[in-house]
Design a protein around this ligand. Sequence first.
Ligand code: ES4
Ligand code: ZN
Length: 319
Amino acid sequence: MSLPKAELHLHIEGTLEPELAFELAARNGVALPYADTDALREAYRFEDLQSFLNLYYELMAVLRTEQDFADLADAYLARAAAQGVRHVEMFFDPQAHLARGVGMGTVVDGLWRALEKSEERHGVSTQLIMCFLRDESAESAMETLEAAGPYLDRIVGIGLDSAEVGHPPVKFREVYEAAAALGLRRVAHAGEEGPPAYITEALDVLGVERIDHGLRCMEDEELVARLVRDRVPLTLCPLSNVRLRTVDTLAEHPLPAMLDAGLLCTVNSDDPAYFGGYAGDNFDAVRATLGLSEDRLRELARNSFVASFLEHDEERRTR
Ligand code: ES4
Ligand code: ZN
């Protein structure tokens, strides 16, 4: 039986399964450089974050219309619901679409078609988090925030993703300040491939409320103490870490040590179509491989709601 849980680290573009990619390619007359879904799946062998991102951005070419985004999100929500997800805070990457001539309205209105029916259809509540690509310029991020102006009533917050190393959080200080002034919640990927100092900087300079991944905090004892004291949630993605070789094997994943240290950990899927599983699959994998107790698994599920932007997180807010 799958535990009720919230998914807090999910890139909607990373839910594009090969079958849907080919269906959308045919619908939109887009040629994919793969013979079939098997050949495409063969390409899902990654060396690191960048090798994954190359394919992730390439396949986005099939997403052209509002209906494409609606179909993508609805397919994800159905799968997530089947694995016990009751609430999702969904990342999307507008710059990757704007660069291909697909407008902000197409993306947000398209996703919204699926999100507005999600509670009724799937029993899953939803929020949208707009991410900036950290390997693009700070000016581009600011322009993207401006382009999102008409849609801000449907966007709960901002995030920061894509290639981490060499693109420290401080690069985005101004856009995070502008987003905070607009009342947007703030999160950022940090400490996935980048150093623990990027986690500290995301907290101090960007004012983020959650750290996406944050795995490498374990290299800095003082940082761990701070994250524990301030109950800063970490949105971990164990299968992603294995596929992108952030950890060598799932058995060596630091999740048990992180829980023992008192960190507020959550388990999420990141890019489930590419990394071998949705939220429930990630829970099943850590249960099977890391030998977590039933109490620990319940703690992880409960943490996902505590760490969410739903309105019942008093436990964390009263710190
Ligand atoms: C991502 Cl796993 C990961 N890391 C950073 N950026 C991303 N965008 C989509 N998946
Ligand atoms: Zn991610």
